[in-house]
Design a protein around this ligand. Structure first.
Ligand code: GDP
Ligand code: MN
Length: 348
């Protein structure tokens, strides 16, 4: 190409026309990412994959949230990669700090103790703010109030298969409120009293507990103890109205009062999962078998060969985590009386 041709924008070469926008309606939905400025190149890789496998044909917006202002590099790089509109929000101090009722000395002793016991992120203050923010505040940030649906994306994830349909629309049309691709057992050291707190909530707010809920996914003894199963929340497609409902807010505030985000190291994954498991009828939680996904160190790769060929997947099915011993996904299939996908037997 000569100089003149090189000066043309990609669209002048017909590139944008080749991308092929998907027909049909769009949901009121956005991707959402919590990130630091230093995460820019890791989130760039995630966005590239989400765009290549899905969003280049759908052009959904993307909201970025940060406890500090985003810098110009972060904004420039991410805006150039996302095919929809990008929005950048700074989290208010109240949503990323210790609530007044927290005893700072007690919280500090816990961090020191967890550091000694080498519990992952056990000594970190920012990780705790992150978990509390994802549990109770991301869905009510000003920028998120405009949307009904969200899809959470973290840095350095991979998507291994094409997504041939709109997961937001699937959720809306099938009346789903929450979804997952990977599930596993939580480290008990991070949540020793979480279930006590949940039991207190159940006693104080029986009106919020759904009939036909997923207690069988969370507990092996009818609710007496927690079996530590949770959906891995670094991937989620979900309904924001549900998270903004009185039931969810009462749940979050009840847990927050008990202080375990700081006196222990409660993660947003068990918090979201227990909420979805108890506040929603079990049919409202969806497993996306056809969204092939990696977040260190686990992979969800469809076991059915035809699915992988049809969706041009590039994952190794041997790495699929779903039917291995440390996954809770077969429990989800059991309580919902679902047939396991083709090929699962080879993996047990
Ligand atoms: P892990 O997946 O549990 O190991 O935790 P990550 O380090 O991936 O953090 C989870 C999410 O929160 C990612 O999207 C991070 O970019 C984000 N995150 C973690 N810590 C901070 C923080 O201190 N500030 C901001 N703005 N984002 C954070
Ligand atoms: Mn992560």
């Amino acid at each position: 190409l000569g100089e003149a041709a090189m000066a043309l924008t990609p669209n002048d070469h017909g590139w944008n026309d080749m991308l092929g926008t998907a027909p049909g309606p769009r949901m009121n939905a956005t991707f959402v990412t919590l990130a630091r400025n230093s995460d820019v190149w890791d989130i760039a890789r995630s966005i590239r994959q989400v765009e290549d496998r899905f969003n280049r044909r759908y052009n959904y917006d993307w909201v970025f949230l940060n406890d500090k202002p985003f810098d110009e590099t972060f904004k420039k790089v991410t805006a150039s990669l996302v095919s929809g509109k990008t929005h950048y929000g700074e989290i208010p101090h109240e949503h990323w700090s210790f609530p007044e009722h927290i005893d700072q000395d007690k919280a500090k002793k816990v961090r020191e103790d967890m550091a000694q016991r080498k519990i992952i992120y056990g000594d970190s203050i920012s990780y705790r703010h992150m978990c509390r923010f994802e549990s109770g505040f991301f869905f009510r940030q000003e920028l998120m109030m405009n949307y009904e649906w969200y899809w959470r994306v973290e840095p350095s994830i991979e998507l291994f298969c094409d997504i041939h349909y709109d997961p937001f629309r699937y959720m809306a049309e099938h009346k789903k409120k929450y979804s997952f691709v990977l599930s596993l057992y939580e480290y008990v050291e991070t949540i020793p009293t979480l279930w006590d707190s949940v039991k207190k909530f159940m006693k104080n707010y029986p009106e919020h507990i759904a009939e036909g809920n997923s207690m069988g996914f969370l507990s092996d003894d009818g609710g007496e103890t927690y079996n530590k199963c949770h959906f891995w929340s670094n991937f989620e497609v979900g309904n924001l109205e549900w998270l903004r409902s009185k039931a969810y807010i009462d749940f979050f505030e009840s847990l927050d009062q008990d202080g375990g985000f700081f006196y222990e190291r409660w993660g947003d994954a068990p918090v979201h999962s227990i909420a979805a498991g108890l506040l929603l009828p079990k049919e409202e939680i969806h497993f996306f078998n056809d969204i092939a996904y990696y977040h260190v160190p686990f992979t969800h790769c469809p076991t059915g060969e035809q699915t992988r060929i049809d969706l041009r997947c590039h994952c190794n099915p041997k790495e699929n985590f779903d039917w291995k011993g440390y996954s809770c996904t077969s429990r989800y299939f059991d309580i919902n009386k679902l047939d396991k996908p083709q090929g699962y037997e080879e993996q047990e």
